[in-house]
Design a protein around this ligand. Structure first.
Ligand code: BGC
Length: 742
């Protein structure tokens, strides 16, 4: 059932079957494409599948290719004027007047940069993700971009992998909710609307499973892990109607994604009924030669096209090497035609045949970019993304009596880092740094003094003395430490996850002054902060929060809002624990006091901070867990209710989390799996009863024959404010459950 529903939604969202009022073409959706395909030469067909990148502006040679119909679109071309110019050449000077796709990595904002996706996932609020994607689309579309290479929905269980910053963390349930929300946000209700851009769900598939956390590395996960852990967010994005999907650089079990017909055609198109088109990653087609599954460029092109990869990003192989193969009968023309149809259908879904410019203009661009409401949104999202990791003695929020604050650290006043990696067309000058935000918020009466102390990565300690002296004279030292913005993101894997450079020494020197320290972390991944957790009274996880970093952070530090973010990813104690994730298996010898159990001899098995964790300036209590029935029928649903009370003296927001565990099954199950969550804001003393519904989707598993089923037996549920939630209950699924879906 669900498969059909999702597919129908996707179809309608793409506009493939929806008759519209204006152009005659719309009345008969297939006819435009039929007539184009019938008139296209082989080179023009392969041109539609060719996606080159521009270096700011298309070169004269690239514009000539547009005239010849050899370009299906560009990536990295943005700006109303430049996109209009290129589009005009395509629709007026090429033989068939086919408009261009104009793609860009609009990952967490176009000009108004929002928190990095990992930070945004810490809000546990899909509505927030939808709103920032909407806002990013509004700006990008005004600048002539009609296609974004987002959302990145790769599950990541390894913080060494720099691209963990671009996704929603380690959990398939949270990741799916965020993936769908972002697709809805980018594409809006109508993909033809002038403020919508087509979404690309990427990187298909399991790119985050790179061995050793090294970017682009081999992935070797079995089909069960693929289906249970890695695939759900891609599927959620597809079911939300994403127009395109991008294949990933990695191989899975010996088959690179760009050559994986099972993945791209059997699973994605036949099983999931994805109606959109598939784009390669940057030179992903050519890289099949390095993978060793193609002996020549032509071979690589043939393998990728036949696997189902429709568009060739940057390799130029489809355009240059495939004509000869098609003419020689080695690739059926029907295979080319099918890919061309899918790309043209995407263009049509965007309304490009009706208005290739989609109402973009220099004036519109000027009025939309960085508009006050965009900044306002950036600030509120950034505030909700901040996670309070430790707050001994209620050091935070800073009270009105703190007269001198020492702001210290290489990230405290770094405009570039505040934006994080993949910052669209963001301008560091737009960013408000932590120091600037703190100064503004502190106002008169509190003195804010600043010392950088050291650089992010360099090893000079010459600035320590000034920082230490400043800390000595202050009531509180606010240390802003972490990574540069480009230390996470693509090709930014790290083998050690402590503070780079001499920041740890700076932290220890400042801590030794005896002045209370608030450690503020800026990073695109979990860092190893065991020493800080042992010694520093307060720790705030501030990720990379975008243009409104400073005001958002200051709002939390001074208590204008209570922190409400929760970790979307586990924070390890040491790199040696990686991969570490909450939804692990029990094993035959779960960690215990006995020597021969699954643990390290030199480290606790537990994480430093678990998935779903985050403190607040108030406290919450969970009680009255009620299940709607002691047992449910096969394929049935169960309601779980719980009462949450704000037991502190301040208003606050918690994220109530529901986890399930299938006690005995035909295959091993995670010790806990997230099955529901909700943000709940409460005044002091206020209570609210929340209800969650468990359906076969949350209770099912892939059995030994890889069928998705709900198996009979006992289940446990856990509810609370983190993955270590303590309130628990149980119920039974009666025998007779059938196959729900594949
Ligand atoms: C990245 C993609 C990105 C593409 C285009 C590649 O290197 O892996 O995520 O969309 O470049 O910029």
């Amino acid at each position: 059932m669900r498969i059909q529903d999702g597919c129908f939604t996707a179809f309608v969202a793409l506009g493939l079957a929806a008759p519209g009022p204006a152009a005659a073409q719309r009345a008969a959706p297939g006819r435009l494409i039929d007539s184009l395909v019938a008139r296209m030469t082989l080179e023009e067909k392969l041109g539609q599948l060719n996606l080159p990148s521009v270096d700011n502006q298309p070169s004269p040679a690239q514009l000539e290719q547009v005239r010849k119909g050899q370009v299906g679109g560009f990536l990295n071309l943005a700006g109303a004027q430049a996109t209009r110019d290129a589009q005009r050449i395509a629709v007026t000077e090429s033989r068939l007047h086919i408009p261009l796709l104009l793609g860009l990595d609009v990952i967490h904002g176009y000009r108004t940069i929002f928190p990095i996706p990992l930070a945004e996932a810490a809000t546990w609020d899909p509505a927030v993700a939808e709103s920032t994607a909407r806002a990013a689309a509004r700006e990008a579309a005004a600048a002539g971009v009609n296609w974004t290479f987002a959302p990145m929905v790769d599950i990541a269980r390894d913080p060494r992998w720099g691209r963990i910053a671009e996704g929603s963390g380690e959990d398939p349930y949270l990741g799916s909710a965020m993936a769908a929300a972002r697709v809805r946000g980018f594409q809006g209700k109508d993909l033809r609307a002038p403020d919508a851009v087509m979404a690309t769900v990427k990187h298909f598939a399991a790119y985050g499973g790179a061995e050793g956390g090294r970017d682009y590395n081999t992935v070797d996960v079995p089909e069960r892990t693929l289906r249970e852990i890695y695939l759900p967010p891609y599927r959620a994005g597809v079911e939300a109607g994403a127009g395109s999907i991008m294949t990933s650089f990695n191989e899975i079990g010996g088959i690179p994604s760009h050559a994986n017909r099972w993945l791209v055609t059997t699973l994605l198109r036949d099983e999931w009924k994805f109606p959109g088109f598939v784009v390669s990653d940057w030179t992903g087609v050519e890289e099949l030669r390095n993978h060793g599954v193609a002996g020549s460029r032509a071979d690589a092109g043939k393998v990728a096209l036949e696997a189902g990869v429709d568009m060739d990003m940057v390799s130029r192989i489809y355009l240059e090497d495939l004509p000869a193969l098609v003419r020689a009968g080695r690739i059926p023309i029907a295979t080319v035609d099918a890919a061309v149809r899918r790309v043209l259908a995407g263009k049509r879904a965007l309304g490009l045949f009706d208005d290739p410019y989609r109402g973009s203009s220099v004036e519109r661009e000027r009025s939309v970019l960085l508009a006050p409401e965009q900044r306002q949104l950036a600030r509120s999202v950034a505030q909700a993304a901040i996670v309070l990791l430790k707050n001994d003695g209620n050091l935070l929020p800073l009270g009105p009596t703190r007269h001198t604050l020492a702001v210290i650290g290489p990230l405290a006043d770094d405009h570039v880092a505040a934006l994080g990696s993949w910052a669209g067309r963001g301008d560091p000058r737009d960013a408000v740094t932590p120091l600037e935000g703190i100064k503004t918020r502190a106002g008169t009466g509190t003195e804010v003094r600043y010392a950088k102390g050291c650089g992010i990565v360099d090893t000079a300690t010459g600035g320590f003395a000034e920082a230490v002296a400043l800390a000595r004279q202050a009531n509180v030292a606010l240390l802003v430490l972490g990574e540069a913005g480009d230390m996470s993101g693509e090709a930014a894997s790290r083998s050690s996850l402590g503070f780079p450079g001499v920041q740890q020494q700076l932290l220890e020197a400042v801590q030794a002054t005896g002045t209370p320290v608030v450690l503020i972390l800026m990073n695109g991944r979990p860092l190893i902060v065991q020493w800080a957790a042992d010694h520093v009274p307060a720790i705030v996880e501030a990720w990379f929060l975008g243009v409104e970093t400073g005001p958002a952070l200051a709002g939390v530090l001074f208590g204008d809002v209570s922190p409400s973010g929760k970790l979307p990813v586990t924070f390890p104690r040491a790199v040696g624990q990686i991969p570490i994730y909450y939804n692990h298996k029990n094993t035959g010898r779960p960690a215990g006091t006995d020597k021969y159990t699954s643990k390290y001899t030199d480290l606790p098995s537990s994480p430093l901070f678990p998935f779903g964790y985050g403190l607040s300036y108030t406290s919450f209590e969970y009680k009255d867990l009620k299940l709607s029935a002691p047992s449910i029928a096969a394929g049935g649903t169960l309601n779980v209710s719980v009462t949450v009370t704000n037991t502190g003296v301040r208003e606050g927001t918690d994220v109530a989390q529901l986890y399930v565990h299938d006690e005995v099954a035909s295959v091993t199950r995670p010790v806990r799996a997230l099955a529901g969550f909700r943000r709940v804001s409460l005044r002091p003393g206020e209570s609210r009863t929340l209800e969650f519904t468990l359906t076969p989707k949350e209770l099912g598993l892939y059995d030994q024959r890889m069928r998705f089923v709900v198996e009979p037996g006992k289940f446990r549920v856990y509810v609370g404010g983190s993955s270590e939630a303590g309130l628990e209950g149980e119920f039974e699924v009666r025998a007779g459950a059938g196959v729900e879906r594949r």
